[in-house]
Design a protein around this ligand. Sequence first.
Ligand code: SAM
Length: 277
Amino acid sequence: MAGMLYLVPTPIGNLSDISIRCRETLEQADFIAAEDTRVSLKLLNHLGIKKSLVSYFEHNKAQKGEQIVARILAGETCALVSDAGSPAISDPGEDLVKQCAEAGITVCAIPGPCAAITALSISGQATGRFCFEGFLSTAKRSRREHLEQLKSEQRTMIFYEAPHKLLNTLEDMAATFGADRPISLCRELTKLHEEVLRTTLGGAIALYASQPPKGEFVLVVAGAEPQAEEAASPTDAANRVAQLMAEGLSRKDAIKQTAQELKLPKNVVYDAALEIE
Ligand code: SAM
């Protein structure tokens, strides 16, 4: 019988955030696939768990993925961990899940720490509708293109960013979204120096231009304000009146219906209709 793949989230700063279920899964797995075995060994030592570790990361994932799938198909159970947070979310694992699913292997994701969701919930931004944008490209052009695509995005947007690239990213965001766009910079979440700075893109740039950013950041950017519907023009009104009259409506009824449809005052529609008569 085939084994299973478990996705095991690990703390993003506070070791007490490891859940009982994650701990049990790590204990019971036949082997653990880890992004960086040295990082995961520290966690396992902290938990008092001794287990065989294999590395699975960006540059060996094609070859290691096949080996892991073969071991699971042979009956072993694998627990996948990344350096911190939820595997497969801006971390290795996405491809392994796909490979396992294609091989008919059951994949079980254990809920737990994820920097994006932790940041969103503490951000103070609207949480009803949001999109996760991960890391922006390091190449200026594709970073700008990515942001350009989000220019009229109305949902709250979540980004991961490294501190040394933060200022450039904020400047690119301000150039695209405007300096007055609200942003929450969620730093060092669950750690001793956890901080949430709720400001604007312009405010964040002013701060970090004078004080180099340190630590890990999630950026939660407010979505664009909905654009006011463009008001219908008198020509639109006159054309609609003419169309309705051609369909058999009286002038009075055509003006009334046009005013309702185009949300214009009746006298404006009346004058517009007179103009083209
Ligand atoms: N898979 C992980 C997760 O679910 O949280 C994310 C991994 S991604 C490679 C690492 C990025 O997550 C960091 O560059 C930072 O943007 C964010 N991050 C991770 N831990 C964080 C923390 N404690 N505080 C703020 N951001 C954090």
